[in-house]
Design a protein around this ligand. Sequence first.
Ligand code: DX5
Ligand code: ZN
Length: 218
Amino acid sequence: MCPSILNADRNNLFSEIDRVVSSSDLLHLDVMDNIFVPNFTFSFEESVAIIEASALAVDAHLMIINPDEKAADYARAGASSVTFHFEASSDPHKTIEKIRSAGARAAIAVKPSTPFYLLQELLPDLDMVLIMTVEPGFGGQSFMTEMIPKVESARLALKEIDRDIWLQVDGGISVETIATAAAAGADAFVAGSAVYKAPSPAQMLETLRKLATENSAV
Ligand code: DX5
Ligand code: ZN
């Protein structure tokens, strides 16, 4: 489980992170530049401060233009996984390589309108694929059920590759949707509002994890 702090209380970010440490695998950090998506979240300096202070390893999701220039900086800053968008990259092979040589897992994300097959030749180089289940930019949107066939095709394609590549879904993950995503083949789950709107974020994460495990197709 990867809680997203996008909609957590910004004024108390570090205590918000503390609330999820015991029940999470990775902290999902949504970096938005107000160009690739119409929203701005954290500057590079703010991201570094979060990476350095977080007791959880950080899964940086870069919704920015020019990731080919900037993605490896997040890896060098200590993020454990760095995800960039296929749509924003002109040399994804090289960017994957740069992230990995800086010591992080490399992942690529696709927006809802980007077909999965475009990633096919990149798969052997990747550590994770992120299928967006909402339009990137904002938390609190509804899960796009029409992305389920894309998750299923991704899982089929990943089965052909002799490497443990995680399949992450991000957007609208909640108690209502996580089972469907898990049954389609996802094995890494980002949840923002479902977690931070719950009275107990830690308990919500445990509930989500249980639903994902019980319905897992992997
Ligand atoms: C959206 C972000 C998500 C977002 C998820 O662009 O990538 O990580 O925080 O939030 P929820 O779970 O509320 O859809
Ligand atoms: Zn995200």
